[in-house]
Ligand binder design. Structure first.
Ligand code: GLU
Length: 296
């Protein structure tokens, strides 16, 4: 396939722990797709939740990426340095009358099936200790995912109004990711399918803020024996940087990429070179079932 012009991709880890196998796959898939398209590959540290981020984790992620030969372009963007931009975006939405305060608890929302029923939309009083939500439109958001195909979600029915500023005063992922993908001119978002159901919300925010919508490709996420996504919360083991080759080969195989026995004899740089030359996004396995549900 022809390389895509003006390709800018990114890897955007949350530094809640060291790189593990699941996040290596995310880094590798986004890196290979960018490099195979002669694009840039940017790195963004999504460090907006200090309570969940051990101070050494961001540095450990950078070291691990270096050890795996995944060299990024330009300086790392830290979301903790971008609060003024998120405030501006929230303000723009406020001026459009799209933002309201809500003090519903997680338990209350679970009790009505996990989809927020927008009950605080028309409240006259302004609650204390509240989150700020955006009013979603009563329409279907549709996009074509480069791996999963055509995907759609009716935000009002399947998601409900969602949080942009949390009760604890922290900006929500959905707002920050949209503001920063635009700020960094990201044209391709390649990430795990656990974020597939966030994409319609992100496209909706891009439309409200007058921002371009990038292309999306969601690869399946690695799960453990209990079918839980490998994540720091689920104690996925950190990767061994001293012998990175086996994990790199496992990640390539997970992504359905062509393999060759000779790769096991190679070094990181030669394996990556081979993987860039042979990268085939169509070979990445699709999900068996796409479940679109709401998560804040
Ligand atoms: N920071 C998110 C995570 O580590 C990824 C965000 C994204 O790729 O949009 O799960």
């Amino acid at each position: 396939m022809k390389p895509k012009a003006d390709y800018i991709g990114r890897f955007a880890p949350s530094p809640s722990g060291p790189l593990h196998f699941g996040s290596l796959i995310a880094a590798l898939a986004s890196f290979l797709d960018a490099r195979a398209n002669h694009g840039q590959w940017l790195l963004r540290m999504e460090d907006l939740d200090p309570g969940r981020e051990p101070p050494q984790a961001a540095g450990q992620i950078l070291e691990a990426l270096e050890a795996f030969g995944l060299h990024w372009d330009g300086p790392v963007l830290y979301q903790s340095s971008r609060l003024a931009a998120y405030r501006d975006a929230l303000h723009q939405l406020q001026q459009q009358g799209l933002i309201y305060a809500c003090d519903c608890t997680r338990q209350q929302i679970q009790a009505f099936g996990g989809v927020y029923d927008n009950r605080c939309r028309n409240r006259k009083d302004v609650p204390q200790d509240c989150a700020l939500r955006v009013r979603v439109a009563d329409r279907t958001i549709q996009f074509v995912d480069a791996i999963q195909g055509s995907t759609q979600q009716h935000l009002l029915r399947e998601c409900g109004d969602f949080v942009l500023l949390r009760k604890d005063g922290l900006f929500a992922y959905q707002l920050a990711v949209v503001v920063d993908d635009a700020f960094q001119n990201i044209s391709w978002v390649v990430r795990g399918s656990d974020l597939l159901d966030s994409t319609p919300r992100q496209i909706f925010l891009q439309q409200c803020l007058g921002l371009a919508t990038p292309h999306y490709a969601h690869f399946p996420v690695a799960v453990n024996e209990d079918k839980q996504k490998l994540s720091k919360q689920h104690f996925a083991a950190p990767l061994d940087h001293t012998t990175p080759l086996p994990a790199l080969l496992r990640a390539l195989s997970f992504l359905g990429q062509p393999m060759s026995e000779a790769l096991a004899e190679g070094d990181i740089a030669s394996v990556l070179q081979w993987a860039i030359a042979h990268w085939d996004i169509q070979a990445v396995p699709k999900l068996a079932n796409i479940r679109l549900a709401s998560i804040d």
